[in-house]
Design a protein around this ligand. Structure first.
Ligand SMILES: NC(=O)c1ccc[n+]([C@@H]2O[C@H](COP(=O)([O-])OP(=O)(O)OC[C@H]3O[C@@H](n4cnc5c(N)ncnc54)[C@H](O)[C@@H]3O)[C@@H](O)[C@H]2O)c1
Length: 324
């Protein structure tokens, strides 16, 4: 294992949902953390995700775009590990904005790889996604399962992953790809199903469900994902590998809603069922045995506990007049 304590690392998209949790554990570990984030207007309130670190001499925030190669090159000086979390997320948003998704997720990733190569970064950890699998016929899915994305978002994340792996093959770049499965938790994105359902109920509205609600997801708690991401940077001998990072248990959206009802002590509320959107898929369920075996990763937070922590955070965020 490589000890990252005292090392300079870069987190692209470090003000975002997953990126900011990763920053928390990297700072705790004693890393010198550089965040590059353009605070994209996909959703607002990200400043609060990282406010606790402002003023810490080991924390450096750079507002900027991964599409700016010169900036990336400059920011990567002396960086040993790059955690590439910046992306245009959101399947529905990307359906409406495929060009932006392509630019940020594909061209942006290419820039990160090029600058990392020039600056001789020791390892890149790329945030890939379960959406690269698209429609699947058997479960759980392991890393060998064919990739067949059914949305522009999934296509861009797969292209990013392929660029990473080709840079490993052609230039010998040390890169590891993590396919995150339905990440949720405090500081979550407002477009995510759990956020949207809980937010509507906390503000006196009926939760909205797209489709029948029988779609199943392998919901994975954000601190478990941050932990896996750190392990992927520390574990030696895994360059060019991909890992599924999912809890390993699936729930339907209707089951998730029941857990939310229980957690929030809500009774007698009928969800509003709307037409499903294109690019949505029926089921995700990770076979995470490779990550368990190779990274020594053990997801710890089950859905009931994760939902409890999330609702507590959202409630507090709304009382403070925004996200916290
Ligand atoms: N949340 C999930 O369920 C999930 C699942 C699979 C994969 N992922 C991947 O994990 C990563 C983090 O996702 P998230 O859910 O935290 O999303 P997020 O939107 O909260 O975080 C992305 C961050 O990137 C920043 N960003 C966007 N465009 C940028 C640009 N051009 N230059 C610099 N910064 C830019 C945003 O401002 C944001 O802070 C993404 O790569 C996403 O594709 C997320």
């Amino acid at each position: 294992m490589v000890d990252l304590a005292g090392k300079r690392v870069l987190v692209t998209g470090g003000a975002g949902f997953i990126g900011s949790h990763l920053v928390d554990i990297l700072i705790e570990k004693g890393c010198e953390v550089v965040v590059l984030d353009n605070f994209d207007d996909f959703y607002s309130g990200k400043e609060r995700n990282i406010v606790r670190h402002v003023g810490n001499e080991k924390f450096h925030l750079i507002r900027g775009d991964i599409l700016n190669y010169d900036l990336l090159f400059h920011v990567m000086k002396g960086v040993e590990v790059v955690f590439h979390e910046a992306a245009q997320a959101g399947i529905r948003y990307c359906n409406l904005n495929p060009v932006k998704a392509h630019r940020v997720n594909v061209e942006g990733t290419l820039n990160v790889l090029l600058a990392s190569r020039e600056q001789k970064v020791k390892r890149i950890v790329y945030a890939s996604s379960s959406s690269i699998f698209g429609k699947t016929s058997s479960m759980p899915i392991n890393e060998e399962y064919p990739t067949n994305p059914s949305s522009p978002y999934g296509a861009t994340k797969l292209a990013g992953e392929k660029y990473c792996l080709s840079f490993h093959d052609v230039y010998g770049i040390d890169v590891v790809c993590l396919r995150y499965f339905s990440v949720y938790g405090p500081r979550g994105r407002p477009d995510q199903v759990i956020y949207s359902m809980a937010y509507r109920m906390l503000t006196g509205k009926r939760p909205v469900v797209y489709g029948s609600g029988e779609q199943r997801r392998d919901f994975t708690y954000v601190s478990d994902v941050a932990e896996a991401t750190l392990l992927a940077a520390e574990t030696e001998g895994i360059a060019g590998e991909v890992f599924n990072i999912g809890f390993g248990k699936d729930f339907s959206i209707n089951e998730l809603l029941k857990i939310l009802f229980n957690t929030m002590s809500v009774d007698g509320v009928e969800p509003e069922y709307l037409e499903s959107y294109k690019g949505d898929f029926e089921r995700t369920l990770a076979d995470n045995s490779k990550a368990q075996r190779t990274l020594g990763w053990r997801p710890k937070v089950n859905l009931e506990e994760g939902v409890r922590r999330f609702v507590e955070w959202l409630d507090e965020a709304l009382k403070c007049g925004g996200r916290v």
